[in-house]
Design a protein around this ligand. Structure first.
Ligand SMILES: [Zn+2]
Length: 503
């Protein structure tokens, strides 16, 4: 980035510590005149042994960080906050109020998964192996609560937040999940104003519930942008509602069970919203819908306290009548494990919504185990499935069955320990054939698509440097070529882990 004219300038440094050429583990440090700001502190998710190793070793000195900005409450953006604090961080964590509320539940849930995992592993400890410790405990999570400093979106207060005499920021609505924010950072170095936009995860237009992403109005030279769907175009949301209607009506006719591995945050609420609307419009008949996730239930309650952040569509559909989008007849919430397991004994049709979204753990596993070999059952995929996850494997196997490939197994690269031979998957250590119908409505994704990303970047005036993060390489490369074609003067980078840039 440095050229001869820059030699006398003070340079701001950006170091990319996570979600580089992958979609998990977001962590970036911005440094200006000795002030160190951390953007996001996400946990690595995916292949267990690799993620564990990455999560255990913190890549920088946490005590040297002055403050942190959290873009939103997904685990891959906030999941290592307790480790940051354990390692000596003592600053504030700035985020919106809903992000703070939701992050607390997300972190508690992550801690209890780690505690249970460690307990299970240590109980079955092979001779000679040392017991493992959870990455962090619920106690560690509690300690982190006092560090959160809620900041409203700029549109509500017209107020910047000052971090240091020469550094301030404001939040734009990212439209990705409740509370998600795009950060505009303004740094004054030797009288020169530099602006940097950090998208966190960027939402898409016309999704139910949330307001659409807001464009940044100020000129800014640097953009750190997520690029999850950098090579894909989503279908319109209205088509997806139609698909959901057809899938549910077909399931009712065939008495099928629909298993929806889903994310407790965002996707669950969107699905409930769409199903509620379809029922009200008499487009589908009532059928039992189980929310089999205590975390999803807690987060759905948080949604109820921030309806002021919802979009106009919500107010037209439910809000003005004083109705909740997330409460309706036939919606059943299960709390205990026994209640969860008893769902398996019920006759279809029904829908069960359970975590985790990529089938890497949680209650969805026992629903999958009971239904994956039943051709009358439906596995409804509603979100991005990262490489090496059980969810990705199920999708790939079902695609290969529809379009068989003669020779080699149709999956590329290594697969997780949860995966068996190429037409089977492993659940709780047992192999199962994928015979259920697998339907992907992953365009329900809360991420911007290629067109959205392009218009977002091109809307920023005076833009010079773009860094593509939170993306796998094919998506990043496709989007980088497109961006360079549309704006040839831009410097577009796909940073690798630990890479530093001075600007
Ligand atoms: Zn996200």
């Amino acid at each position: 980035m440095r050229n001869s004219e820059d030699l006398d300038r003070i340079l701001m440094k950006i170091t990319f510590y996570g979600a580089t050429q992958t979609v998990t583990g977001s962590k970036y440090v911005i440094e200006s005149e000795g002030y160190r700001l951390l953007l996001d502190c996400g946990m690595y998710q995916g292949k267990r042994d690799v993620s564990n190793a990455l999560n255990k070793t913190f890549p920088f000195d946490a005590s040297s960080i002055d403050a942190m900005i959290l873009s939103h409450a997904h685990t891959d953006h906030c999941g290592l906050i307790p480790i940051l604090i354990k390692n000596g961080f003592s600053g504030k964590i700035y985020c919106t109020a809903p992000t703070a509320d939701i992050a607390k539940f997300i972190l508690e849930d992550a801690a209890s998964i780690q505690e249970q995992d460690a307990l299970y592993f240590n109980k079955h400890l092979p001779a000679g192996q040392k017991p493992i410790e959870p990455l962090y405990t619920k106690q560690d999570v509690k300690k982190s609560f006092s560090y959160f400093a809620p900041v409203p979106y700029f549109r509500l207060t017209q107020q910047w937040t000052q971090l240091a005499p020469n550094i301030r920021f404001k939040f734009y609505d990212a439209g990705h999940i409740l509370g998600s924010a795009v950060t505009l950072l303004e740094i004054t170095e030797a009288g020169e104003i530099k602006r940097l936009v950090f998208t966190g995860d960027l939402g898409r237009h016309f999704l139910p519930i949330l307001r659409d992403p807001e464009f940044v109005e100020e000129p800014a030279e640097t953009l750190i942008m997520e690029c999850t769907y950098g090579n894909r175009l989503h279908r319109p949301v209205t088509d997806l509602e139609g698909d959901l209607k057809n899938i549910i009506n077909e399931a009712i006719k065939n008495k099928s069970k629909i298993i929806v591995p889903t994310f407790s945050l965002g996707r669950t609420q969107e699905l409930l919203y769409m199903i509620h609307k379809l029922i009200d419009a008499k487009e589908i008949s009532r059928l039992p819908i189980f929310i089999d996730s205590p975390l999803a239930q807690k987060i759905t309650r948080v949604f109820g306290t921030y309806t002021a952040d919802f979009d106009e569509e919500f107010w037209n559909d439910f809000g003005e009548r004083g109705e909740s989008a997330f409460l309706f007849r036939n919606l059943i919430t299960t709390v205990s494990i026994e209640e969860s397991k008893s769902i398996n004994n019920k006759e279809g049709p029904y829908i069960v919504i359970a975590g985790s979204g990529m089938c890497e753990g949680g209650r969805v596993l026992h629903h999958l185990k009971n239904n994956i070999e039943n051709p009358n059952s439906i596995i409804l995929i509603t979100g991005y499935q990262a490489q090496h996850t059980l969810g990705r494997k199920i999708v790939e196997i079902s695609k290969a069955q529809v379009h068989p490939v003669k020779s080699a197994p149709p999956v590329g690269g290594a697969v997780s320990s949860e995966v068996g031979q190429f037409d089977r998957v492993k659940i709780y250590g047992q192999e199962y054939h994928v015979k259920a119908k697998v339907i992907s409505l992953d365009e329900l994704s809360a991420h911007a698509d290629q067109k959205d990303l392009l218009s977002y970047a091109l809307h920023i005036k005076n833009l010079k440097n773009v860094f593509l993060i939170h993306t796998e390489m094919p998506e990043a490369e496709a989007f980088s070529s497109l961006l360079k074609k549309e704006a040839p003067s831009l410097s577009v980078n796909i940073p690798s882990q630990g890479q530093e840039f001075e600007i």
